[in-house]
Design a protein around this ligand. Structure first.
Ligand code: BZD
Length: 830
């Protein structure tokens, strides 16, 4: 990279000598130095934010030596690395994770105490970077954590959004979105490199020319440019001395751009065009499953992959690097289709900039990418109109056409005369307008294509990408998702962590399979009692959190039933609502003896995409039902609903450890994997769930006796849909269901306003695209089994312990192992 002015032999020329010693005194000294000289305040006059920033910088200081050392080691060998390309990283708060990774938690606590400061008060100051929508973004964050913990060479690339996922509030029960100005207090974890500029081009046109060697070449005459500014984040492994890099890009206007306009004398226009360029990294799009095909989104995608490819080739490789060796140095993992424009970008670099022949460039490109698909919903498969591509990225569009030509030749050769198949498989689609099918492009160019759970990968092969799986059966594989045990058990659940460590030792944190050693303790009465005490303590903690955060007063002693995830029809929050309303309706109508109902608190957490009407109506109805049910003395002590606004990683870390029951109730064949399901099981909640996504694997591992299965499986769903699904049939024949729906439709929960529930009820009765009514009775029966089982606390606790003991498979360390063995083939151990 850049040169240093000190002689290389000088001790400071290679990096810091060592990080400060692990002692309370040393920590106090570093902390006060950061406070005084970094923040410029004495302790006596410092604000909480000053103290937080100083603390974060102190901890970051401990990471820096290891980070430089990791980078130095990696530079000295030439082994292949992983470039994880993701438009989203839903990181969550950084402080605790950095303290845990460096084993400084106790020292920091004592050091701050000596300064008269409570660590916990500073923890609360941190604003979590919400640079993702949900599962996909959180998965990327888990993966980079695991790669660092395994000492695997990995660099994460993405976008440094100035505004992350919106902050949700409720006004009269309706979702209101507030911009997430997460950087307003400064981010102590990022290291900006404003001098590291990467040029990125857009628009314009292409021209053909003949070079000195007489070869036909193409030149892209750019329409406009922006600069990519590098921001580094450290990704520490768990107590192993490894610190990897997450590199996020911010867009800035070029100076040339400004100068032209200045010279034309229009200052105001110059400022406006600056804003235009900087818009590219301004905001995360909050649509998690129905991409809107917005031009700015395509700009974001191209911007970050162009920066990342350029950065990898020019900045991380030796100056004499030969691009023909690229496949030996890197495998780019495409986190869904969002970064897929990297494929024609690499072709453009190789052919236009490095002058390679098309076939050679294609041979290289085809070894450098692997693609992970995260969906089964057809409307979630990204397509970009050809007209937009031609305008924004004219050279890339030409390259895509040429890739498609070669690919369709291959198809025609394999299936002579099958033009229907050729049309189905083409990278260019015709309906409703000519557009580029990004999943097809990704599949054609990638070494491997994977789904994120066994069922999902199977459905990709058999349905969504069936033609491709027939042509290239070996290209398709599965890697079941996982979650990092550091954040989601060790940090989020300190009580459980202590119990586990006291019982089987500390090795489980970096080797989650060791949880199976807990299995025998399911039979140990004393252990079960301690396990219950952990749950109780976590319930007390979430009670305090919700009281302080949302002014919600959770009742004591209830079964805690939790459904937290993005709001989407396929996830069926509507079905959960029908369950609650059925219980409520049963009690107030006298059909159900309240004494027979297990006291239950249902907690929801969910953001709806701002433009997703039905999702927002569902939020409104849940809030309305909560208000009425919580105020009705007839169900007091039996039913309670809570819907804290703005569910995020920080709340998940508090809520999941307290849950008894995990709701994973999507329509079978729709949830690619789910990862919340894994977090709950690892924290000792029992799952009520359909045979969908990773639920299938969870149930197989924890055992049927420790999982509440209900609903149709995927073939049954397909069959019912083929037969013709009529939701009204279920309404007409199921008395409880009819009564619950009628109660909602009557306006009982919406202040007498029938219209307010109209959209929800109308859709359920006449459409119900995700078959909630078809699974209703099965769900109610399963909930009855939950109640009966919960009454036997010893049996329930045994099952909960077995859920923990048998869920080690769902560590993202294991997912990374699978990616390494099946796809990446990179070495671990730094
Ligand atoms: O990815 C989710 C799936 O729905 C889950 O089943 C799965 O567990 C996780 C991780 O594999 N998909 C998303 O979260 N998708 C998005 O967030 C998204 C974001 C932008 C555009 C499209 C989808």
């Amino acid at each position: 990279e850049r040169g240093a002015s000190l002689e290389p032999s000088h001790p400071l020329a290679r990096g810091p000598v060592a990080s400060p010693p692990h002692s309370v005194d040393a920590f106090v000294k570093e902390f006060l130095r950061e406070l005084n000289y970094g923040q410029g305040v004495p302790l006596s006059r410092s604000s909480l934010n000053d103290q937080y920033l100083a603390l974060a910088r102190t901890v970051r200081g401990y990471l820096t030596a290891r980070w430089l050392e990791t980078a130095r080691k990696r530079r000295s060998h030439t082994e292949r690395a992983v470039g994880y390309l993701s438009a989203e990283y839903l990181l969550g708060r950084q402080l605790d994770n950095a303290l845990l990774a460096t084993d400084l938690t106790q020292i920091a606590e004592d050091a701050l105490h000596a300064c008269g400061i409570e660590l916990d008060a500073l923890r609360q100051v941190e604003v979590e970077p919400g640079l993702g929508n949900g599962g996909l973004g959180r998965l990327a964050a888990c993966f980079i954590d695991s790669m660092a913990t395994m000492g695997a060479p990995c660099i994460g690339y993405g976008l440094r959004y100035e505004y992350g996922i919106f902050k949700q509030t409720f006004v009269d029960g309706r979702q209101i979105e507030i911009p997430d100005n997460w950087l307003s207090m400064g981010d102590p974890w990022e290291i900006a490199h404003p001098e590291m500029e990467v040029p990125v081009h857009f628009g314009g046109h292409t021209e053909r020319y003949v070079d000195e060697a007489g070869r036909d070449r193409v030149k892209w005459i750019h329409g406009w440019d922006v600069l990519g500014i590098r921001y580094n984040y450290m990704v520490p492994g768990y107590q192993n001395g490894v610190v990897n890099t997450l590199r996020l890009w911010r867009a800035r206007a070029t100076r040339a751009f400004d100068l032209d306009i200045f010279n034309a004398g229009d200052y105001a226009q110059a400022v406006r065009s600056q804003t235009f360029a900087e818009n590219i990294s301004k905001v995360l799009y909050p649509e998690d499953s129905t991409p809107q095909g917005k031009e700015l989104r395509l700009q974001q995608q191209y911007f970050f992959v162009a920066c990342s490819l350029y950065d990898f080739i020019k900045h991380t490789q030796p100056t004499d690097f030969d691009v023909r060796d690229l496949p030996e140095r890197i495998i780019f993992q495409l986190n869904d289709t969002h970064p897929v424009i990297a494929i024609p970008e690499l072709m453009r670099l190789l052919v236009d900039d490095y002058g390679l022949e098309w076939e050679d460039a294609w041979g290289i490109t085809r070894q450098c990418f692997a693609y992970t698909c995260h969906t089964l919903l057809p409307e979630a498969l990204e397509v970009w109109p050809v007209s937009l591509m031609e305008r924004l990225l004219p050279r890339h569009m030409e390259i895509i056409y040429r890739i498609n030509e070669g690919f369709l030749d291959e198809v025609r050769e394999a299936y002579p005369g099958d033009e229907l198949r050729v049309r189905r498989m083409s990278i260019i689609g015709d309906h409703p307008e000519r557009s580029v099918r990004m999943a097809h492009l990704a599949t054609v160019a990638s070494v491997k294509v994977n789904g994120v759970a066994e069922l999902h990968s199977q459905l990709l092969r058999d349905k969504v990408l069936n033609d491709f799986a027939e042509l290239w059966p070996d290209k398709f594989t599965n890697v079941t998702n996982g979650v990092t045990p550091r954040r989601f058990v060790r940090q989020a659940n300190p009580y459980l962590s202590k119990l586990i460590t006291d019982t089987i030792g500390v090795g489980w944190v970096a080797n989650l399979d060791r949880l199976e050693e807990l299995e025998v303790y399911a039979e140990d009465e004393d252990f079960r009692e301690k396990f219950r005490a952990v749950k109780a303590a976590n319930k007390e903690r979430i009670t305090r959190v919700l009281q302080r955060r949302d002014g919600i007063a959770l009742p004591e002693g209830h079964l805690l039933d939790v459904m937290v995830k993005r709001l989407h029809e396929y996830k069926r929050q509507s079905l959960k609502l029908l369950h609650i309303v059925t219980l409520y309706d049963g009690i107030i109508s006298g059909r159900l003896d309240p004494a027979s109902v297990t006291p239950r608190t249902v907690v929801f957490g969910a953001k709806a995409a701002p433009g997703y009407r039905m999702a927002k109506e569902t939020i409104y109805l849940i809030n309305s039902a909560a208000t009425v049910i919580n105020a009705d003395p007839r169900v007091e002590g039996r039913l309670f609903m809570a819907f804290p606004a703005n569910y995020n990683v920080t709340l998940a870390e508090r809520l999941i450890p307290a849950a008894d029951l995990s709701e994973q109730i999507s329509l079978a064949g729709k949830e690619a994997s789910g990862t919340g399901n894994m977090k709950f099981a690892l924290n000792g909640a029992l799952t009520i769930g359909t045979d969908d996504g990773a639920n299938v694997e969870i149930r197989r591992l924890v055992g049927d006796d420790n999982f509440f299965l209900f609903g149709m499986d995927e073939p049954q769903v397909a069959e019912l849909q083929a037969r013709g699904y009529r939701p009204a049939d279920y309404y007409e024949t199921n008395e409880n269901l009819r009564s619950a729906i009628n109660l909602i439709a009557s306006g009982h929960f919406t202040g007498g306003d029938r219209d307010a529930a109209g959209l929800f009820v109308g859709d359920l009765l006449s459409n119900d695209a995700f078959l909630a009514l078809a699974d209703y009775q099965s769900y109610m029966d399963a909930q009855a089994r939950v109640e009966a089982y919960y009454a036997d606390q010893e049996a329930w606790t045994k099952s909960a312990i077995l859920n923990v003991a048998r869920s080690g498979y769902f560590s993202s360390d294991r997912s990374m192992r699978d990616y390494i063995d099946r796809i990446w083939h990179v070495k671990t151990g730094v």
